[in-house]
Design a protein around this ligand. Structure first.
Ligand SMILES: Nc1nc2c(c(=O)[nH]1)N[C@H]1C(S)=C(S)[C@@H](COP(=O)(O)O)O[C@H]1N2
Ligand SMILES: [Mo]
Length: 441
């Protein structure tokens, strides 16, 4: 539901004239806003204008509602149609090799509804028949893994399972800001992150079952079944503590096809590309594999002209999701600043918020649960006096890593990267209430 004080971005319910009406404090705002949202709240309107002594109940208070199980699988309210994952126009040449961004500005808490999870496909998505899907586990030589095996989904789902809440962030999230492109909304600056409860079998369990040599085996190769030939090297140091999962579950049900149904790799803290979807093979080896997606792509161009490889950890980062770019504050007075913080190295320890572009900071309230390698929700009070402001958030993780300013980040990384931009995001609030994406160093 829309807040009375914030117009949602970017596909707003309210026209400029309606915003003026609210500012002028005119009654009937609610009715016109609801009508603009796509439906007439007829009785609401007459309620506001009619005789206050006559109880004029809306139809939903006077008649029978919809029958039970009218929908075998529930869907969001028709009033919430605005909240969609969206493709950034012109970002890629074909829609099969593209990204859809999660609408962070309209989400609450830390779990991303599965239908709004961001998508990144290198070669389009598939709805793979789970009865035909197989996972092969082998070694780079016979001694590396004593019992190579092929599992079907039933066999994998019989094994001891765990459920864990983790974020997944594409390494290219916020990538356009390296060039200070200043895309308009938080959906496009930070929407390649989502967070779910995943269920599956620890990869370590399956490797043990197959008789893996954990002394020689230092890396695994994960391979997807789609046409992108997605292969990534995962160091066994990540696998050994049981955090890497062969997952089939997402938010209490099977994975969505867009997210790799029926099987994907979960690599908590690592960039999205390592979370191979439609997972069909795991190979244990003693060297990094140097596949195309870790030598040509997913490398960071450093100031000295060399590329950094295998930088997979998503460093500490945060963003204020509301108010954020494209939104409009309709009134002065109290507003709740809310946002998300995360770190690929563990738990979030603290988030500070600034309303003056980083001159002064105050700690935000962290909402529980605060979990490792998971999104953390923060909130902070803001009383708007009508003057311009610059909203920023700065996260610190349990290892003591602090989110850098653009100035600090560019000193080390320069400006020609695509991936791993974890700089502090700034939103400028203008006197007319409009919020815009700006880059402060
Ligand atoms: N098989 C396969 N796995 C893949 C990809 C892909 O195109 N094919 N894209 C990767 C990238 S770059 C990212 S960011 C994540 C995105 O996961 P999602 O689509 O579930 O959000 O999946 C990764 N795993
Ligand atoms: Mo990605």
């Amino acid at each position: 539901m829309m807040s009375r004080f914030i117009r949602r971005a970017p596909e707003s319910f309210l026209s400029r004239q309606q915003i003026q009406e609210v500012r002028a404090g005119r009654r009937g705002f609610l009715a016109s806003a609801m009508a603009a949202a796509g439906g007439a709240m007829v009785s609401g309107q007459s309620h506001a204008q009619g005789d206050p002594h006559i109880l004029n109940l809306p139809p939903h208070s006077k008649a029978l509602g919809q029958p039970v199980a009218a929908r075998g699988y529930g869907v969001p309210s028709k009033w919430e149609k605005n909240l969609q994952r969206r493709e950034s126009p012109g970002l890629t040449r074909v829609p099969q090799s593209s990204v859809s961004f999660s609408p962070l500005q309209g989400l609450f808490g830390i779990i991303t509804p599965s239908g709004l999870h961001f998508e990144r496909h290198h070669q389009g998505w598939w709805d793979v028949d789970p009865s035909k899907h197989r996972l092969m586990v082998n070694g780079s030589d016979d001694a590396m893994l004593k019992r190579p095996m092929v599992f079907n989904m039933d066999e994998l789902m019989r094994l001891p399972s765990v459920s864990r809440m983790h974020f997944i962030e594409c390494g290219a999230n916020t990538g356009m800001e390296w060039g200070n492109v200043a895309v308009p909304t938080v959906q496009y600056t930070h929407g390649m992150i989502s967070c779910s409860e995943f269920t599956g079998v620890p990869l370590r369990t399956v490797l043990e079952l197959c008789g893996a040599d954990f002394k020689r085996g230092k890396f695994v190769l994960a391979e997807g079944a789609d046409g992108s030939g997605m292969t990534r090297t995962i160091p066994m140091s990540m696998v050994m503590d049981g955090q890497v999962l062969l997952a089939y579950g997402q938010n209490g049900e099977m994975l969505r096809p867009e997210n790799g149904y029926p099987l994907r790799l979960i690599v908590p803290g690592a960039q999205g590309v390592s979370w191979v979807k439609y997972l069909r093979r795991i190979e244990l080896g003693d060297m990094p594999y140097g596949s195309k997606d870790e030598t040509l792509h997913y490398v960071d161009l450093m100031p000295d002209g060399l590329h950094r490889q295998y930088t997979s950890i998503q460093e500490v980062k945060s963003v204020i999701t509301s108010p954020s770019g494209g939104q409009v504050l309709l009134e002065k007075g109290f507003h709740n600043l809310t946002g998300l913080a995360w770190s690929g190295r563990g738990k979030i320890k603290r988030v500070d918020v600034s309303i003056d572009g980083g001159k002064n900071w105050k700690p935000a309230r962290l909402e529980g649960p605060i979990l490792s390698k998971c999104l953390t929700r923060f909130n902070s009070d803001f009383v708007w006096d009508g003057k311009p402001a610059f909203f920023q958030s700065r996260a610190v993780d349990e290892t003591g890593q602090i989110q850098p300013t653009y100035g600090e980040l560019r000193k080390v990384r320069a400006s020609r990267s695509i991936y791993h931009n974890n700089a502090i995001q700034s939103w400028a609030l203008e006197e007319n209430g409009e919020v815009k994406n700006v880059q402060l160093s």
